[in-house]
Design a binder for this molecule. Sequence first.
Ligand code: NAG
Ligand code: NAG
Ligand code: NAG
Ligand code: NAG
Length: 522
Amino acid sequence: MAAWVLLALAPVAAGAVLSFASYYGDHMVLQQAPAGAVVWGYGEPGATVSLALSRDAGIIIMKKLVTVKGPSGTWMTVLDPMDHGGPYELTATQGLENVTLEDIYFGDVWLCSGQSNMAMTVLQVANASQELAAAARYPLVRLLAVAPARSDVELQDLQRLDLPWAVPTAANLGHGNFSYFSAVCWLLGRALYDARQYPVGLVEAAWGGTPIEAWSSPRALRACGLLEDTGRVPPGQPVGGPQTPSVLWNAMIHPLLRMALRGLAWYQGEANAFLHREQYSCSFPALIADWRRAAHAASAGQSQPLLPFGFVQLSTYRRQSPDDSFARLRWHQTADLGVVPNARMPNTFMAVAMDLGDEHSPYGSIHPRDKQTVAYRLQLGARAVAYGEKAVVFQGPYPTRALLDVTTGLLNLTYSQELVWRRRDTLAFEVCCSGRRGWVPAPLLAVGSRRATLALAGCGLALGLRYAWAEWPCEYQACALYNSQGLPAPPFLLDTSREAPGTAQPAGIKELLLLPSSPGGL
Ligand SMILES: *[C@@H]1O[C@H](CO)[C@@H](O)[C@H](O)[C@H]1NC(C)=O
Ligand SMILES: *[C@@H]1O[C@H](CO)[C@@H](O)[C@H](O)[C@H]1NC(C)=O
Ligand SMILES: *[C@@H]1O[C@H](CO)[C@@H](O)[C@H](O)[C@H]1NC(C)=O
Ligand SMILES: *[C@@H]1O[C@H](CO)[C@@H](O)[C@H](O)[C@H]1NC(C)=O
């Protein structure tokens, strides 16, 4: 029998003994109302398990009876929706056996996943000692870290935890390098606690160097034509490395999705700058849709169908590199639309990070240490999109209109927000001109209110326009354009070859349509 079969069956073999599933434990946060928290575990097939939620030394406030299913030997129940608060105890009883979990709170549970920039721990970031010392101020932000694991089949439960549910301490936040606990996840959760003032549960399931294919189910891969060339491992072979399609989905994500969740946070994509890069505009929206569908179904409908999904747009890698792989991947992270949420990525939010380069990071320049700014931008999105805080601005300025003065060759771009011209960078904008090869700089001449004026001199027909289209587009926090809240204008790649129909402009003025493009399209 293949090794994975034994692993998959291991918890079931222990099923006669009453227990909770691996990721329930003392100090956990369970999802609050309006969702009902999902609780499951193992028992004797056919036996009745009784669950009691109590507080204040044994006052029972909720009871549920469930029958252990055969042959899996599992039971599952959905608790009545609970307002945030605690501490509670949860006791499962089967015959004479019982198991009690203590110090449980209800609040919001976020799952954080991705590759090394998500795995980077609080120990590794800027001002690490300060951040570690601050852990004690957040006893109601609780942590769970999933151990790296792979499987060829979808597992019901996790194989191993790196950190069972815990109260944050300097020791478990700064356990080591790229192990636990994720700095981006922690700083996001901490900010959500500050903003919402109730318990937050953070679940980290990340693995460095892993491509999106490893985190995608076969369904999601098939939707993007990525299943054929994935070299699936024949039965009986040892499970493939962490780059193998679906192995991390199977072992680290699928088991967790039974738990009711409030949102997902994702920092991944560096590995796909050099693998199936152009398919990322399909594989990323497909992963989001698939995780949501699976989470909703596995939680008996308790995780919302459009679970809020936040992510970090790629930061920087090599300072002088002319390669545009990172720029392309950043664009694909928005499904080639530039901003999120959008029609292909509803209920999502993005933290722009291209201006947070850190050439001398001791962990390599691909791992910038300023995760505070990343998490700050991400929590703005969470508050605006996931929590509907209307006053929170979470997107940077984006162009909405373009007027070209044909005689002077000056292009006025109108932005969605007031602009702050932080750096006079003449290379930030580039134009693709007809009759010439490649892209040429379109110097930014003036910025006023919501308008940026570019010089397209010598460009007959501007076929395309792009902004910050480079692996390392600017120095630290010094890209050309920001909004007044300090959020950077995101990069873009627009087709400007068409004139807006039916707009009456003075002679010599053309309004150009700004159409999102794809790197192959210009
Ligand atoms: C749980 O089991 C212990 C014996 O192991 C027993 O003393 C206790 O009363 C039980 N608690 C409940 C709530 O059944
Ligand atoms: C983490 O990496 C840094 C930089 O390479 C090194 O100095 C430090 O010893 C490492 N820490 C651990 C716990 O491995
Ligand atoms: C590090 O701490 C200093 C001093 O408090 C602060 O000015 C700086 O912004 C912090 N850096 C980050 C990335 O948070
Ligand atoms: C562009 O903006 C400038 C002000 O910066 C204005 O003088 C000019 O008329 C505008 N041109 C077009 C084509 O709108």
